[in-house]
Design a protein around this ligand. Sequence first.
Ligand SMILES: N[C@@H](CCC(=O)N[C@@H](CS)C(=O)NCC(=O)O)C(=O)O
Length: 189
Amino acid sequence: MQLYFNPKSRAAVAKWMLDECGATYEIVPIDLEKREHKTEAFLKINPAGKLPALVDGEARLFENAAIGLYLAEKFLQAGLAPATGSPERGRFLSLMVYSTSQLEPSMGDHLMKLETPAQRGWTDFETVKDVVETELGNGPYLFGEQFTLADIMIGAMFMWQRHWGIPSGRPKLEAYMDRLAARTAAMKF
Ligand SMILES: N[C@@H](CCC(=O)N[C@@H](CS)C(=O)NCC(=O)O)C(=O)O
């Protein structure tokens, strides 16, 4: 597998997922300033011209959530997702999609100080935090003792924000981030 990567991009999230899976892969460095992510060759892998992208033989993947769902299946033995057919599987799929369809744009609105009108496909960021806290329950992870790729997809977004010096304002989320950051394979800044 080849991970198209820049450490200052969301490709760090894909790298974390690969590392938790114990995957063997090659890093293909992409210089964003040189716009290597907009070259004809890269656009054949990800037509959106964004990082990350992952190539696995004939398969090409873009979007972190898709990469995570693919890796959860490919590295079943890593146990980074509730089993297919188990009652928790639906919640896992929902949280993987939620991370990118609601949490990510809502955090973007918040960082850019934009309103989130009700007509958008996502909620305001305080509601997102309520949702994540509810789903986390008593933890330590979203699926109790089982760490999953949904913890990376959801936790990494809050960890970026913390890295930029913006506290979540939620002690429960801060403690969750501490637990995630303490993992050996955790995303490095
Ligand atoms: N939802 C996408 C977001 C991808 C994305 O926005 N990547 C940024 C880096 S953090 C990028 O490549 N930006 C460069 C550009 O758009 O020119 C994912 O999760 O993969």
